[in-house]
Design a protein around this ligand. Structure first.
Ligand code: NAP
Length: 273
């Protein structure tokens, strides 16, 4: 039952800052639809208080928690078991607790792939152009190359090669040239995000990109960035960061509870938030 009872288990997201997080709304909706007795809350936790949080999670027998910025790497030494993907990415976004054993996973990459499938795009071949080389870009790049795509990441400065990434890099000035032979383009920079005043110097690369190639923005605030507006005007299918967020949450929920949210539930929460 969804009501709080003596058997209700606690789930949460930890990070700093965290009060803006949409995860409580998404996960509590999953529990409501599945009639499972979990409650999900956001806790502001810093690197300094992370050890205390793990102690509390054990004491309170929390079923699990999501991990967001800036703690995705900091949790690694506190885990008992780390799944292969999370270990390779050196990034954990999902922790499951069972009998005092903490296991870390990363659902960011698979969540992005699930979001692409929901857009009816199969990321199995061809080239993906990713703008940016930060944490989100690297996770998405690894997932796409695992699926069979060739990944090219655009960097404004000579990027540090991540050892687990089978990708090549291009200079920001070469975007249009690379886009001309890409099947997919993803913005993994904060350009266009609420509170970030940076803009793309030019949208030439969208003109060069084949028109049937989807343009994805990992940003979800605003829902339609300038990049997505420009892409839509040029006839590209578009996807914002919400679908990625909800699909990675669904995979986390599956780890926490053993119950994957139904596709209808995922579609319903996507339409609500
Ligand atoms: P990050 O680690 O700070 O990486 C940001 C990347 O953007 C870096 O490669 C950075 O280049 C590049 N960049 C920043 N400003 C730029 C500019 N003006 N021109 C060219 N490149 C620029 O950040 P992150 O954690 O990967 O997050 C990136 C974006 O993804 C954010 O908008 C975040 O909100 C979003 N995100 C969404 C989800 C989701 O669930 N939808 C999940 C994670 C992240 P330098 O290295 O040169 O600084």
């Amino acid at each position: 039952m969804f009501e709080i009872t003596g058997e209700t288990r606690l789930l949460s997201v930890i990070g700093h800052p965290v009060s803006h997080s949409l995860s409580p709304v998404i996960h509590n909706f999953f529990s409501k639809c599945a009639k499972l007795s979990f409650r999900y809350m956001a806790f502001d936790v810093t690197e300094e208080t992370l050890g205390d949080f793990f102690t509390s999670a054990k004491t309170l027998n929390m079923a699990g928690f999501n991990v967001t910025m800036p703690l995705k790497e900091a949790v690694l030494p506190l885990l008992d078991i780390i799944d292969a993907n999370a270990k390779a990415y050196r990034s954990v976004n999902t922790v499951v607790q069972k009998d005092g054993i903490f296991t870390g996973y990363n659902t960011d990459g698979k969540g992005f792939i699930a979001a692409l499938h929901a857009l009816s795009f199969a990321p199995t071949s061809g080239t993906a152009l990713i703008l940016g080389t930060g944490g989100a870009a690297r996770t998405v790049a690894a997932a796409l190359s695992q699926c069979g795509m060739t990944v090219i990441m655009a960097s404004r400065r000579s990027a540090q090669l991540a050892p687990y990434l089978d990708t090549t890099y291009c200079a920001w000035n070469d975007l249009a040239q690379v886009a001309a032979s890409a099947r997919l383009c993803i913005n993994a920079t904060p350009i266009g995000m609420h509170g970030n005043s940076q803009v793309f110097a030019s949208y030439d690369f969208l003109d060069a990109l084949p028109q049937d190639a989807p343009v994805c923005d990992l940003i979800y605030a605003p829902r339609k960035t300038q990049l997505l507006q420009e892409a839509e005007q040029r006839g590209h299918p578009i996807m914002n960061g919400l679908s990625h967020l909800v699909h990675q949450a669904a995979l986390s929920y599956g780890y926490f509870t053993g119950h994957m949210p139904e596709p209808d539930t995922i579609a319903e929460i996507l339409a609500k938030i």
